[in-house]
Design a protein around this ligand. Structure first.
Ligand SMILES: COc1cc(/C=C/C(=O)SCCNC(=O)CCNC(=O)[C@H](O)C(C)(C)COP(=O)(O)OP(=O)(O)OC[C@H]2O[C@@H](n3cnc4c(N)ncnc43)[C@H](O)[C@@H]2OP(=O)(O)O)ccc1O
Ligand SMILES: O=C(O)CCC(=O)C(=O)O
Ligand SMILES: [Fe+2]
Length: 358
């Protein structure tokens, strides 16, 4: 049972309640706490302050309505090189699909903790379905103010058997409806690297597996002391991110200490390059650090689809990128080793990609 607000202000086991019993930060927020539990207080250097945020610059917004258009393809490659992040509009994924998956996310997290916790690491019958809170609580010095459901796609049959019914159909629909645009983006990015055909092997490395996460950031007491998600880059090839209208995602500008906000645009999808594509492109396309603030007045949701190599793929700089004598800066690595390395430690900015450096 959840503690009362008066119990909550005494010393009680926050970790046991939020992590082990599966109440998550939503459970903490529902208690109406007035102060942030100590376990969520981030060190000052990780707290997000206005001093490093700039508002005179923004990630590109790219209109895909005239596909295929060389100018648009160039804009995609330039954005991937200079920002690692961009937004797309007129992308072809129907608005109703986007609305349905956002609604399903709210429905899943609106359920009682006992229901959500059936999908926790300890209770889920499969590693492919995981409900949790923060990022990797056992390895973190300070927790993050976020609950998540992470769904690794294997097949429709497996999803029908294992994914939570509160959001299963909508999550699959979003994944399927975004396939065309994912392929287009990857084709454009590959052309920019002199890869003119995506054969079977490249298809596996670029988009052989997918994971969809549903993220829930409840409103937070003392939001300035914590983070929604700490500084990290994604380990994917590309991430297709749907956010609601609240805002709070910040992206680090290349070669600087400045951060820019990613403003919510109705109907837009945020795209970012992940570590796998940075490695495949030998550093040409940038997997950029990003983070999410906690919000003191409203709940926020987001739904990233991580497009990845298959776990069994070996990834390294593509031969086409090295054909003119360019030196590889990354070694060949087994993708699942890379991902395990990422998941076993707390968020630490761009450190993960060093694991693959020569
Ligand atoms: C959650 O908050 C996040 C997430 C992110 C994610 C960003 C991405 O880019 S996700 C894309 C990742 N790529 C893939 O999923 C495709 C490839 N998949 C694999 O290689 C494997 O499925 C695997 C992920 C490595 C799992 O392999 P398995 O053999 O089953 O290994 P395990 O022992 O189960 O897991 C290893 C280790 O990782 C932890 N873990 C696994 N899955 C998740 C998950 N979805 N979320 C969090 N942690 C996970 C697991 O607990 C294990 O750690 P232990 O300490 O328990 O050993 C970005 C930002 C966020 O805030
Ligand atoms: O919630 C967001 O806007 C971004 C979340 C994120 O970076 C992630 O899940 O990898
Ligand atoms: Fe991310």
């Amino acid at each position: 049972m959840a503690p009362s607000l008066s119990t909550a202000s005494d010393s009680w086991d926050v970790i046991n309640f939020a992590v082990d019993q599966g109440h998550g930060v939503k459970g903490l927020a529902d208690l109406g706490l007035k102060t942030l539990p100590n376990q969520y207080i981030q060190p000052p250097e990780e707290q997000i302050t206005n001093s490093t945020v700039v508002d005179d610059d923004a990630i590109p917004v790219i209109d895909l309505s005239n596909w295929p258009d060389q100018k648009v393809m160039n804009a995609i490659c330039n954005a991937a090189e200079k920002w690692g992040f961009f937004q797309i509009v007129n992308h072809g994924v129907p608005m109703q699909v986007l609305e349905r998956v956002k609604e399903a996310t709210r429905r899943f997290f609106g359920q009682p903790a006992e229901e959500k916790n059936k999908h926790s690491k300890d209770n889920s019958p499969s590693n492919n379905v995981r409900y949790g809170t923060s990022f990797t609580p056992k390895a973190e010095k300070a927790l993050e103010w976020k609950d998540f459901l992470s769904l690794f796609y294997v097949s429709d049959d497996e999803a029908a058997a294992l994914w939570p019914s509160a959001c299963r159909n909508e999550a699959i629909e979003f994944m399927k409806e975004s396939e065309v645009v994912i392929r287009r983006l990857l084709e454009a990015l590959m052309k920019g690297l002199n890869v003119n055909e995506i054969d079977e092997a490249k298809e596996s490395i670029l988009m052989g597996s997918k994971r969809i996460n549903l993220n829930y950031y409840p409103k937070c007491p003392e939001p300035e002391l914590t983070v929604g998600v700490g500084r990290h880059s994604d380990v994917s090839t590309l991430t297709i991110l749907l956010q609601d209208d609240i805002g709070g995602l910040y992206v680090k500008k290349l070669n600087s200490n400045e951060w820019v906000h990613v403003p919510p645009i109705d109907g837009a999808i945020v795209i970012n390059v992940g570590d796998a594509l940075q490695i495949l492109s030998n550093g040409r396309y940038k997997s950029i650090e990003h983070r999410v603030i906690a919000n003191g007045s409203r709940n926020r949701i987001s739904v990233p689809i991580f497009v990845n190599p298959r776990p069994s793929d070996i990834i390294g700089p593509l031969p086409e990128v090295l054909q003119n004598g360019e030196k590889p800066i990354y070694k060949q690595i087994l993708y699942s080793d890379y991902v395990k390395h990422f998941f076993r430690k707390a968020h630490d900015g761009k450190e993960t990609v060093d694991f693959a450096k020569i």
